[in-house]
Structures are given as C-alpha cells and as structure tokens.
Design a protein around this ligand. Structure first.
Ligand code: NAG
Length: 396
C-alpha cells in the first residue's frame, strides 16, 4: 500500500517535474512566437489585419470593374471587351467603365457599341456589363490622366470590389479574373496593386501556358534638360517568374489592379492636360505615400498590342506643349519639387497630393530614383532599381 503510495507519489513528483518542464517550454515557445509575430509585423503589411476584417475582400462574389479610356481606338477596344468577357471565368462578375474620345462627325463608333455590333445586342449584355460610357469629341481630349479620371467616375463602392485599369488595346488570358484574384490574395496585403507593363500580344503562348519569365519595371531617367523635367520610366526587363507577386517601385497606367477603394483614394489627376511621361511616376509616389504597394504578377494576365496608333499629340502640338509645361509644374509642386515658374494648374491640389502614411523621402529611397537629379542625356539606365525590394512598414 505504502509502496504503491510511494510509487504513486514518486510518479506524481515525476509528473510534476514534467509539467514544470513542459510549462517552461510552453512559456518560451509563446515568447518566441510573440517575438516572431512582432518581427513579422514589422516586415509584412501593418494593414494585413484589415484584410481579415473585410469579408468583402475575401468573399466569393467579388466584382471587378474594368476601366478603359478609348482614344480613337474603337476597333481594338471592342476586341478588348470581347477578350475580357470571353475569357473571364465569371463574366457575370465583371463590368466595364468606358470613356470614349472620338471623331463622332467622322462616324467613329463608341467602344461598347462596336462590341455589340460584333457579338450581337443580345450577347453583349449591355445593361449588365456597361456601367458607364461617357463620350467626348476627340478634339477636346486632353490625355490619359483626364481619360482615366473619367473612367473612375463609373466606380460604385456598393457594387465593385476591385478595379482593373487597362489600355484599350489589350488581350486577356483565359480565366484572367480568377487568376488575378488568386494572385492578389496570395500577397495578403489589402493595399496591394498588381501592375506592370504587359508583354506584347506576339508573346502570347498557345493555351496561355505560364512562361518562365515575366516583365519587371525598374529603370528610369530624367526626361528632359529643363528645370520642370518629369521622371520617365524606361522599358521593362524580364525576370524569372516569382512564386508570389514581387514588390516593385514603379506603376503602369495601362495595367493595374487593386481594390475599388484604392482607385478612388488615389485617383488619376485630371488637371494635368497633355501630360504623358511623369504621370505614372507621380501616381506611384502618391500610391506609395498613401500606404499602397505595387507588385508584378507571377504570370502574364494581359498582353498589349504594340503597334502605331492615334494619340492626342498628333495635333496642335505647339499650343499643347505650352499647356503641358503647366501640367508638369503641377506634378512637381505636388511631389514637393522645384519649378521654373509659378505658372501651373493649381485646382484641387490637396485631392491629388501625396499621402501621409509614408514620406516622399522614403519613396525616393525605395524607388531608387532621385527626381531632382540632372538630365543624363536620355540614358535609359540612369536609375536602376532591379534588385529585390523590401516592404517599407508604416503605422496604420
Ligand atoms: C452610353 O452612352 C450612350 C450615348 O451617350 C448613352 O445614351 C447611355 O446612357 C450610356 N450608357 C451608360 C450605361 O452609361
């Protein structure tokens, strides 16, 4: 009895020791875990918790609004619409917001009308798919920023979860919508923007097989010699396709995907008429300082038609160039850079300003581009930021 009691006590003592040791291991484990979590919190988006709190961003009924500004490009634009709806896995969750800039008196047709002419009024599902299609005369068009701003007018946060801004001459891979959402989800950052200069339509693979390499934007230059110069991005390079979307410091106007909220938080600036280069760099600076992050897709989602096309710069260039200088100075003012004169478009500056989550100095470091650097004779490799980038944390 006593022996048994003793043995029991002994067993109990042994168990007690085991419990203490296990307890210590657990305490150390929890401390290690917390430690790792805090380290993790410093290197992954602070807003990742927001993602968990936004069921809308994870639901099965997330809708995508595709934003397209069409400048006298209706033939390609209607093909683009066909490519969007034919290749979407869930076309019923996709709609388009269009802005047509046409010589109507020459009989140029609106993008969606041409699409309906091609596939039939029944099949184009106008009432479901066409959210918005403002139209102006091409003579009154003032460039991509104004055009894209107009497409954003179609965004409805009560309906749209995501927006995808593209050029009017773009082809899509099969199931592009589910692929894009899968990639976006894999980032785990609600402020992620998937963007890049797409590869050429001639690079499309049969059956849309993923390719071993994808495009990355990482070179830039100071565009001109004058004191109001813009930053101009250079051509993209190719890199091995990453396993998850890779962080990038540049932004492509012709292909970018993010929450509908992001498209309204950092809008294209319509007060920059005839602006071309500099538009993407300033949008990148504004997005980054508002806490957004750009990533390249792990595989091509769209392809771009590289071919001669109509542009607003084909006309009245003398008069339009003078106006463009005021746009460039506006952009420089917004970015906190010097200007050669105080003549600039100053409407609603605060609406299109930098954000407060990160500083412009942080963006200059992150992007590897010094916007105040001197002109380097048009050297496309003046700035090189092709190394792997690190997420820049901020307080939410
Ligand atoms: C598209 O444009 C036409 C012509 O301006 C207009 O009548 C129609 O209401 C527009 N549709 C939408 C959904 O914006």
């Amino acid at each position: 009895m006593s022996a048994r009691g003793h043995r029991h006590r002994g067993g109990w003592q042994l168990n007690l020791k085991l419990i203490i040791v296990l307890g210590l291991v657990m305490v150390v484990g929890v401390m290690l875990f917390l430690n790792l979590m805090f380290v993790g919190m410093n290197t992954t988006p602070a807003s990742a918790q927001q993602l968990a709190k936004s069921p809308n961003l994870r639901s099965n009924h997330r809708r995508i609004l595709v934003l397209i500004a069409n400048y006298r490009d209706t033939l390609r634009c209607s093909e683009t619409l066909d490519s969007i709806f034919t290749n979407a896995a869930y076309p019923e969750r996709v709609a388009v917001s269009l802005f047509d800039q046409l010589y109507l008196y020459e009989g140029e047709v609106r993008c969606f009308d041409a699409y309906c002419d091609n596939v039939g009024e029944e099949n184009c599902k106008r009432s479901e798919r066409l959210r918005h299609n403002a139209t102006i005369d091409a003579d009154d068009a003032t460039g991509p920023t104004y055009g894209r701003y107009q497409t954003e007018e179609g965004i409805d946060l009560k309906i749209d979860t995501f927006t995808l801004a593209i050029d009017s001459h773009t082809l899509f891979i099969k199931d592009w919508d589910t692929e894009l959402l899968r990639q976006w989800d894999s980032i785990g950052n609600p402020k992620a923007i998937i963007t890049v200069y797409p590869d050429a339509t001639t690079s499309m693979t049969p059956e849309n097989a993923p390719r071993a390499r994808v495009t990355l934007m990482c070179h830039a230059k100071i565009e001109t010699e004058d004191g109001d110069s813009m930053v101009q991005y250079s051509a993209s390079i190719t890199v091995p396709a990453p396993a998850t979307p890779r962080l990038m410091s540049q932004f492509a106007g012709g292909f970018n995907f993010g929450t509908a909220e992001s498209a309204l938080a950092v809008r294209n600036d319509p007060h920059t008429p005839y602006m071309f280069h500099g538009e993407e760099y300033s949008k990148a600076a504004r997005l980054f300082t508002h806490g957004y992050d750009m990533y390249i897709p792990t595989r091509d989602i769209v392809f771009h038609w590289y071919e001669p096309r109509k542009v607003i710069w084909e006309k009245d260039w003398g008069a339009r160039w003078i106006i463009q200088q005021k746009s460039k100075r506006r952009v420089r003012k917004i970015l906190g850079l010097s200007t050669t004169s105080e003549e600039y478009f100053d409407q609603d500056m605060e609406k299109f300003s930098l954000g407060t989550k990160r500083t412009m100095a942080q963006f200059i470091k992150f992007s590897g581009i010094d916007p105040a650097a001197p002109y380097d004779n048009g050297n496309d490799y003046q700035f090189d930021n092709c190394h792997e980038l690190e997420y820049v944390p901020y307080d939410d």
